[in-house]
Design a protein around this ligand. Structure first.
Ligand code: F6P
Length: 537
């Protein structure tokens, strides 16, 4: 019988207390099926969750929690296009964007798949026209570069995709501008020729301060160099507010709907720049990889479901074991942007403290997510992960074969070694014995032993792929999207709004008004007023 949510949490808390005093490495003998139970393959990815802190009982308790939270029912509601984003009354249908042509998704009862298919065909036709030179700039030259202007979800997804899949010498150079700091735009435009540059402005709302300021700057840069008639070919909008993009002067607009959340939008025309610079086949292969993961997420039982198990490991660490941070280390240079992408995906989705009905969650929710590519991170913050007093669960994304000319084994063997070191640690006795064997005197070995000991028993997850391709990249990003959704279901929060970013936007406008008025207004707090005066001086 399915437990109530409260019952499931109490069982999990008790199992977590027992897990806290157990050694991960001992669990393999305690449960001979641990490897088969806690490893699985999905959509070209291999997951190994066997080095997590859960005992067999805790693992089962986590699955009961998923059942009690009705992950399956809420998943069905998401795919059925119900108003799962209930603070904004919207469906959340990113899976519809990567469905097979001819699918039949509905958002709040309205059919959407025909429009999705049409936009996908438009993206392909446009990408082909730019790449073949059929579509040219105002002076008749072929496009050789794209400047993608956008921020948050209108930037991070396409950036990960481009960095992951870009050829070493692309025929179309793609650059990104997000920051309102003019330096960002200046760097992006350096060396580019307006006559051969396409500017793609991406903004779901087309009201975002940073993006509009950067779009104005890019438009001015084009206008200063190009004849007015041909300008429309250079300045493209991607948005859910096409009227605003047209009013802004975009020569052509690609639209998406409000049921596409910003941080879930890379499957839409938001990735137009990537579809052009990489080619539409690569873009569509990425959609196919994500589609494979969607199918797995919908069809696999909870205990063999990759997004569900990944989510449960996080919930167990955060809530069961009070570990409010997680590091992600992609062992592939091409995936170096993954941690930034995940920061928005997870922290903007689940960095919340109230349930869907407005009451307090009363438990920890989204951890702090941070990371660096391996092995770079090892030479920076991994010291703390190995020997600091807090336990920070680590996630290793390991690629068997990257595009490098040299063998990759030194790269992935480091990932394996890190996970092993985190789990096994090294006792002070072992450290002392090593030093004595190396000829050190007893007093010195005694003095250094505590410094050279590792507590171990620190959890990690491995996500392994053979090659980083459009397909496996799509599957990986969709895996993280569904994992984030499952966590939101378990914490009973709305993962699809982001009210937490609004207050700062309003206050920034008020401060700008003060700047225009010549100084701080009387109601400003003393610290902000003093800083404003200093910066204006
Ligand atoms: O301010 C946060 C945010 O609303 C994100 O959720 C979003 O991805 C980003 O801003 C950009 O918004 P837009 O695409 O509307 O410019």
């Amino acid at each position: 019988m399915t437990k109530t949510l409260d019952e499931a949490w109490s069982v999990l808390d008790a199992a977590a207390r027992a897990s806290a005093s157990a050694r991960i490495v001992d669990q393999f003998a305690a449960d001979p099926e641990r490897m088969s139970r806690m490893t699985l393959d999905a959509a070209g990815l291999h997951l190994d969750l066997s080095k997590q802190s859960w005992t067999r009982e805790a693992f089962d308790a986590c699955l009961d929690l998923a059942r009690a939270a009705d992950v399956e029912g809420r998943r069905a509601a998401l795919f059925a296009g119900e108003a799962v984003n209930l603070t904004e009354g919207r469906a959340v249908l990113h899976p519809a964007l990567r469905a097979d042509a001819g699918a039949d998704f509905h958002a709040l009862g309205e059919p959407v798949s025909a429009e999705v298919d049409q936009v996908r065909a438009d993206i392909r036709a446009y990408a082909d026209a730019v790449r073949s030179g059929e579509l040219r700039g105002a002076t008749g030259e072929r496009f050789a570069a794209i400047v993608h202007v956008g921020i948050g979800g209108s930037d991070l997804g396409p950036r990960v995709v481009w960095d992951a899949l870009r050829p070493l010498e692309p025929t179309i150079d793609l650059r990104f501008v997000a920051n309102i700091d003019p330096r960002d735009m200046a760097e992006a435009l350096t060396g580019l020729n307006p006559a051969t540059t396409l500017v793609v402005v991406v903004s779901k709302t087309f009201t975002t301060q940073e993006t509009l300021a950067n779009a104005e700057a890019a438009k001015a840069w084009l206008q200063a160099a190009l004849p007015t008639e041909g300008m429309s070919n250079h300045f493209i909008g991607v948005t859910a507010a096409p009227d605003k993009a047209e009013a802004f002067g975009c020569g052509r607009t690609f639209a998406f709907r409000d049921w596409v959340g910003g941080r879930y939008s890379l499957w839409s025309a938001v990735s137009l720049s990537c579809a052009v610079a990489l080619g539409p086949d690569e873009f569509e292969d990425m959609l196919a990889g994500a589609r494979d993961m969607d199918e797995h997420f919908v069809e696999a039982p909870l205990e063999r479901n990759a997004p569900v198990l990944l989510a449960l490991a996080q919930v167990f660490n955060v809530d069961g074991l009070d570990r409010p941070a997680r590091t992600v280390a992609p062992y592939a240079h091409a995936l170096r942007r993954l941690p930034s992408f995940l920061q928005q995906l997870e922290m903007e989705s689940n960095g919340k403290r109230v349930r869907r009905d407005g009451s307090e969650v009363g438990r920890q929710t989204c951890p702090v997510v941070f990371g660096e590519p391996g092995t770079n991170g090892q030479h920076a913050f991994f010291q703390q992960i190995h020997q600091g007093p807090q336990v920070v669960p680590a996630e290793f994304v390991v690629v068997k074969s990257t595009h490098a000319q040299r063998p990759e084994s030194p790269l992935w063997s480091n990932a394996l070694a890190q996970m092993q070191a985190l789990m096994l640690g090294k006792t002070a006795e072992a450290a002392r014995a090593e030093m004595l064997a190396g000829g050190m005197d007893v007093a010195e070995a005694e003095r250094l032993a505590p410094h050279r000991a590792f507590p171990g028993n620190r959890p990690s997850t491995a996500i392994v792929m053979d090659r980083l391709t459009p397909c496996t990249l799509g599957a990986l990003l969709a895996l993280y999207e569904h994992k984030t959704f499952v966590e939101g279901v378990i914490w009973d929060i709305n993962s699809f709004d982001q009210w937490g970013v609004e207050l700062g936007k309003v206050l920034a406008k008020a401060i700008l008004k003060d700047v225009e008025a010549g100084g701080p207004s009387a109601d400003l707090d003393p610290s902000t007023a003093a800083l404003l005066t200093r910066l204006m001086g």
